[in-house]
Write a protein that binds this ligand. Sequence first.
Ligand code: ADP
Ligand code: NI
Length: 224
Amino acid sequence: MALSPADSQLIARTAAFIRDKFLHEGSGHDWEHIRRVWEVARRMAAHTPGADPLVTELGALLHDVADWKFHGGDEEAGPRAARAWLASEQASPVVLDRVEAIIREISFKGVGVATPMSSVEGELVQDADRLDAIGAIGVARAFAYGGHKNRPLHDPAVAPVSHDSFESYKQNTAPTINHFYEKLLHLRERMNTPAARRVAEERHAYLEQFLGQFLREWEGEDVG
Ligand code: ADP
Ligand code: NI
């Protein structure tokens, strides 16, 4: 499926809007995260028969437009903000509905909570978002987020936990290493598409290697 000139312009205006809004964000939801998700989703959509590139690219660009974590826990803030932007751009009602659904469905909510996507475009955007949470960049983002929240890097006295409900996941304030156990190490198994699963294998292996080395250094074991 090819983009019309009008579609390309809508994407370019949406990218400029989001870039302006997120350029100076410091919690791991910065513009460069969104740019990477956009790029990865766009590439995967190009190889996915039936994926609409307009819906995929708009979903990627708008997926973090108003995250509940930064809007007092309001899970409707994101879908609402995306709809308002696209309506102000006179996007078609179908595009509006489909992009809004992606943003409503995309978030990770704890290991025990399923987060199925209702469209192939949503699956691609969710995979791209989750790929950016693992691998070397995922490690960097986790510690950037932890620093933003003043969390310790690690505390061996805090046993790793994961969450069976969104409520307990939301309320977690554990040291950043716990985030690997509650989320990052589970993302490989939760990829929707074979293409993303292949990339996730390599990024997951990197996470495990990082974690092993981190824990050895924590106790000075690598000194002998
Ligand atoms: P995404 O943008 O992938 O939907 P989130 O919005 O949940 O992910 O989080 C943004 C980034 O911050 C991700 O890299 C995520 O792993 C990280 N992050 C979220 N919660 C925590 C946490 N409690 N500790 C460390 N990093 C976190
Ligand atoms: Ni994101």
